[in-house]
Design a binder for this molecule. Structure first.
Ligand SMILES: NC(=O)N[C@@H](O)C(=O)O
Ligand code: NI
Length: 165
């Protein structure tokens, strides 16, 4: 069966050990373009290690089915990875602290449709988890030389019964 995971609402404070929440609330606001545009400035910084390039992609994710078993986590040692929902639908974010080179207990967060995240480089996370229907996300991460993907399988699954915050 596996140990049950609870899902908490995504917040800057709760997600701070893993990176940034990309949202307008609480962001540094700059009025630009003769006052016609609000710039929510520097929500996060893209980390590019070992001479990589920042690339921008769109991921179109199939919805996950529940109950869902978290059996693995991954991380990108050479760069950060940011996801922002393009369909204004809630989605699930799962991250874990590092414990001597392996992911600790996963922490699950329910993001609303106007929240993205930036995982700092080398932060354990679960691959994209869309909810309910196929959903698209803007993704900013690193391209370049070197191995930028490390995966880890848990000895036993953690189970999320439902994706409710
Ligand atoms: N593989 C890939 O580009 N995506 C994953 O890194 C992910 O976090 O979804
Ligand atoms: Ni990733």
């Amino acid at each position: 069966m596996g140990e049950a995971l609870t899902v908490q609402p995504l917040s800057r404070e709760a997600f701070a050990p893993f990176g940034n929440v990309l949202e307008t609330d609480g962001a540094e606001l700059r009025m630009i373009n003769e006052g016609t545009t609000e710039r929510f400035h520097a929500l996060a910084r893209a980390e590019l290690i070992a001479d990589g390039a920042a690339i921008i992609s769109i991921f179109r994710g199939q919805p996950r089915a529940f109950p869902y078993s978290v059996t693995m986590m991954e991380r990108h040692p050479l760069g950060s990875q940011a996801f922002f929902p393009l369909d204004n639908r809630p989605w699930l974010v799962i991250a874990a602290e590092d414990e001597e080179g392996r992911p600790g207990r996963p922490q699950a967060f329910l993001a609303d449709g106007r929240q993205g995240v930036n995982y700092r480089a080398n932060v354990w996370h679960h691959p994209l988890m869309a909810l309910g229907q196929t959903s698209s996300f803007l993704v900013v991460d690193r391209d370049g030389e070197g191995v930028n993907l490390e995966e880890w399988s848990y000895p036993a699954p953690y189970v999320i019964a439902a994706a409710t915050g």
